[in-house]
Design a protein around this ligand. Structure first.
Ligand SMILES: Nc1ncnc2c1ncn2[C@@H]1O[C@H](COP(=O)(O)OP(=O)(O)OP(=O)(O)O)[C@@H](O)[C@H]1O
Ligand SMILES: [Mg+2]
Length: 510
């Protein structure tokens, strides 16, 4: 069958719903986009349901099943329901103003339709899926970044791959765009679990356009002297006002190195060096201050956040690997750094608008987003970012396998959604009930394969587009052919080899 053959014909319409009978031997799938030619109008619709049945009486069906009688080609049929989402009349493309006629012909979407649907964008996510074919490119625009995003899908559905694809293109578009990526599993640098294994380190611009921070090489420290009492809410979400008042009093008394001094005084003298304080308040605060681990929070005035901020402003993507840390420390590092960077954007917008205009559009990728946006947990900077940072060009990409644990107000603000296979009913219902144009896709979400997704990116893409996300290793292969005009740099493996040799020489000479 060629794409010009029709799939079937319309047998009924009601409102924005169309039913059609399918010709014999036609392959269709849930979510597929079809075109219906109706006089001077063209309608586009998504397949949402299908049923096959018989025109025979039960007794005739039984006789046919036994092979005793044959009733010919019209004894069985397949009916498909589709929801209209777009109409083209002349050159004008808009939401449907009417519906097709009985007997109008239905076709599978073609490359030409793909162009009409205007699905491509600067940041390419993948290609349009139409049954077993992949059609034109589907992507989002840079303007969609500050309109907030979400990526949802169960384990193994392809979230990490999609993060890599999107962030790789943010790097490609630097310094117009920049990324701040929090990697909880320590996967993205090397692309662990991506097969074949490829990570951001393999991106041709990694050495010039990406900075990697990890606690393992000691690059990720937040000096105690950079922590003013104003940051205590972020460090300890359960802190009470009396403890904060005490912290401010201590800060005024001791100055920038207040945490070290207080800890020392408390240890040596059993008090905090200032008078008339409630003992339980002192104990509660001291317990918090002494829970900050020395390796991550050393007694210094260096903080990696300052370096990350400078890099972000220059369009250098920051990959913050927080794997291996205790979960409280992960939350502290993530919230402290995101707050400092987002607030910098906000401050420049308010005070130095021209400087702000030079800043790259920022996308913050947050895995385990449900831990930070759960309505039953204390509020974090990320709900503020999702709700109010749009105009400062700070975007959040909330990645999680558990969308139903994301606070409703935040979820409603995520204008771009990449929805991958999700089996849990609670999550599927949450996704479909709270995302425009998704109300009929609950079954479809369960049936998606690895790397398959539904993409919505308002206001540009106003319906759930079935996409096959590009596979990151293949994307890199294509990139490899592009000339970045970079000087040849020694490969990491070669450098490791050279270092090893130097070490061996040093050992010999000792
Ligand atoms: N678009 C794709 N095309 C081909 N293979 C893919 C695609 N997306 C993911 N894969 C493969 O599927 C596997 C799982 O993908 P990935 O690690 O991205 O899933 P995940 O949703 O992040 O899983 P987890 O929740 O466990 O972190 C990987 O081996 C990856 O290479
Ligand atoms: Mg993953």
């Amino acid at each position: 069958m060629t794409s010009i053959d029709s799939l079937g014909f319309v047998c009924g319409t009601k409102g924005d719903s169309v039913s059609f009978l399918v010709n014999k031997d036609v392959a269709l799938s849930f979510g597929q986009i079809v075109r219906i030619d109706s006089g001077e109008r063209r309608f586009y619709a998504r397949v949402v349901n299908s049923e096959s049945s018989s025109t025979l009486e039960t007794i005739e069906q039984l006789r046919e099943a036994e092979g005793k009688e044959a009733f010919g080609p019209y004894s069985a049929f397949r009916k498909v329901d589709a929801m209209l989402f777009l109409e083209k009349r002349g050159e004008r493309v808009r939401s449907p103003t009417f519906n097709p006629n009985y007997r109008d012909k239905v076709y599978a979407a073609s490359e030409e339709d793909c162009a009409i649907l205007k699905l491509s964008g600067e940041l390419e996510v993948g290609r349009l899926r139409s049954e077993d074919q992949l059609l034109g490119s589907v992507g989002i625009n840079v303007e969609a970044v500050p309109r907030m995003m979400g990526m949802f899908g169960m384990t193994g559905s392809g979230k990490t791959n999609t993060e890599l694809i999107l962030n790789a293109q943010i790097i490609d578009h630097s310094p117009k765009t920049v990324a701040l990526i929090y990697d909880f599993a320590g996967q993205l640098l090397d692309g662990k679990e991506i097969k074949p294994q490829k990570g951001l380190r393999d991106h041709p611009l990694f050495h010039s356009r990406v900075q990697y921070y990890s606690a393992r090489d000691g690059k990720m420290a937040v000096g105690l002297r950079t922590l003013t009492p104003a940051k205590l809410d972020t460090l300890f979400p359960d802190i009470q006002p009396p403890q904060k008042r005490l912290a401010w009093a201590l800060y005024r008394h001791f100055g920038a190195d207040w945490i070290e001094k207080v800890r020392e005084t408390y240890h040596n003298e059993g008090n905090v060096g200032i008078k008339a304080q409630n003992k339980s308040v002192i104990e509660a605060l001291m317990q918090k201050l002494s829970s900050l681990p020395y390796d991550l929070f050393p007694a210094s005035s260096y903080t990696f956040i300052e370096s990350a901020l400078q890099n972000i402003c220059r369009g250098v993507t920051c990959l913050v690997d927080i794997s291996g840390l205790r979960s409280e420390d992960q939350n502290r590092i993530v919230c402290l750094s995101a707050m400092a960077i987002a607030e910098h954007y906000k401050r420049l917008w308010e005070e130095q608008y021209e400087e702000w205009q030079k800043l790259p559009t920022l996308l913050i990728t947050l895995e385990e987003a449900h831990e930070f946006l759960d309505p039953n947990k204390s509020k974090t900077i990320f709900s503020d970012i999702a709700l109010t940072y749009r105009k400062y060009r700070v975007g959040l990409n909330a990645v999680t396998p558990r969308p139903s644990r994301i606070n409703f107000d935040v979820f409603a603000e995520l204008w771009t959604k990449v929805i991958m296979k999700t089996e849990l009913k609670k999550d599927r219902i949450y996704l479909t009930e709270n995302t425009p144009y998704m109300e009929y896709s609950e079954t479809e979400i369960k049936m998606l394969d690895v790397g398959e997704a539904l993409l919505i990116s308002e206001p540009k893409i106003k319906f759930a587009v079935p996409v096959k996300v590009a596979h990151y290793p293949e994307y890199l292969e294509k990139l490899g052919k592009r000339d970045y005009g970079l000087p040849d740099s020694p490969k990491l493996s070669e450098m490791d080899e050279r270092l090893k040799r130097l070490n061996e020489q040093a050992d010999v000479s000792l």
